[in-house]
Write a protein of this length. Structure first.
Length: 387
């Protein structure tokens, strides 16, 4: 059995306890203070050095006896979601209204386990390994916060793994190129003129304008972007007016844009802006489009992808490699590519009894036997890339 996999299997119960401990004490985006205190307690107990550039950022750092410019990093995100847990497990969230419903508790546990392995087995690499316990992945800009600390400037490769309920236990998906979509949120503000509902001609009704804008946005996807390029424009809420007999004076909508390339994303934003401007002008309204870029697409490096594939073979067997369609979710792991090449994988957690509920759901669970496989994959990625 592969050294990393054997170690992970031998310590599987400990890794599961880690995951359940963090599951019971989730914290929201940007507020992961107690989570980091707990991470640091574990690292200290294991005699693992760490950096603490912010109260909610911890970076475990292990250096081999033999020096090298090699510096690989693992990202483990730490924030939870504003969800009331409904799983009924005995280690359910003790913080009302907050739940680890995206598997970040598992990511923390795998990160601590990887740090322990390398601290106990420095002969397996030459150089430096960092485990980044990153806050605010859920749209809070946590990766950029870590980058801004200046503590990871020397990293030469980044690895990340995300639990994935669409994949069966014992499998891992690694693919070159896009894995997660770029993510933007947008707002559209339309200013009309109020009037009595019996005299719509006296006002400027923003609601029909908003409806046509929403419809036109979908034509961007079908007519302005190649059918070979997947993308999404979703209007997720729309508000206008407050009475049954008054033509509203304004309308507001909010949504998200997803794409896998900068060119497609830029095309979408360009045409959305034209649609808002032109429709509002035609109907006598004033319109404004505001786009907030959250994260670019997660793009796997070709060479590191080959390393990731070999790590799957060592950790779970050749038959366990999957190559799933890129996901429309966003992950700010993408920002680490501004420093060094990245490799991101999806870890199968679904079995007959667990993991059949989607992410961000109050009943989300996972088959915890996946944890040892995920730890082994992370460790093997670094050992292989260090050669």
């Amino acid at each position: 059995m592969n050294e990393a996999l054997k170690w992970a299997k031998d310590n599987e119960d400990w890794i599961i306890v880690l995951r359940r401990t963090f599951h019971a004490y989730p914290e929201l985006t940007g507020k992961e203070i107690s989570t980091n205190k707990r991470i640091r307690e574990y690292l200290s107990e294991l005699s693992i050095d760490y950096l603490a550039p912010e109260d909610n950022i911890t970076i475990a750092r292990i250096t081999s006896d033999e020096k090298s410019d090699f510096h690989a990093a693992i990202r483990s995100d730490t924030d939870a979601l504003p969800i009331n847990e409904g799983t009924g497990v005995h280690y359910s969230s003790k913080n009302p209204g907050v739940m680890h419903a995206c598997g970040h508790d598992a990511h923390i546990a795998m990160g601590i386990a990887a740090a322990r392995f390398f601290n106990e087995n420095p002969h397996t690499f030459k150089g430096t390994v960092s485990i980044i316990f990153q806050p605010a992945e859920e749209g809070g800009g946590g990766a950029q916060e870590v980058i801004d600390t200046g503590t990871i400037d020397s990293v030469t490769s980044f690895f990340g793994i995300h639990v994935w309920p669409d994949l069966p236990l014992g499998t891992i998906s690694v693919r070159s190129g896009p894995n997660c979509a770029s993510t933007d949120d947008f707002e559209v503000k339309i200013k009309g003129r109020a009037s009595h509902a019996a005299h719509p001609d006296k006002g400027v009704d923003p609601i029909p304008v908003a409806a046509q804008i929403i419809s036109a946005f979908q034509n961007i996807v079908t007519r302005r972007v190649s059918p070979l390029d997947s993308c999404i424009i979703s209007v997720c809420n729309m508000h206008s007016g407050n009475s049954w007999n008054i033509i509203a004076d304004s309308a507001y909508m909010q949504g998200t844009i997803r794409a896998f390339s900068d060119d497609v994303r830029n095309t979408i934003v360009e045409h959305m802006d034209k649609i808002v401007s032109n429709y509002c002008e035609v109907y006598g309204c004033k319109g404004e489009l505001i786009v907030n870029a959250i994260t670019p697409a997660v793009i796997n490096d070709d060479a590191l992808t080959k390393t990731g594939e070999e790590a799957v073979f060592l950790s779970a067997g050749e038959e366990s490699l999957r190559v799933i369609t890129p996901a429309m979710i966003g992950d700010d792991f993408a920002l680490y590519r501004n420093i060094a090449p990245t490799c991101y994988a999806f870890l199968g957690i679904k079995s007959d009894d667990y993991g059949n509920i989607p992410l961000h759901n109050e009943k989300f669970t996972m088959d915890e036997r996946a944890l040892a496989i995920g730890v082994s994959w992370l460790i093997n990625c670094i050992i292989l890339s260090a050669k």
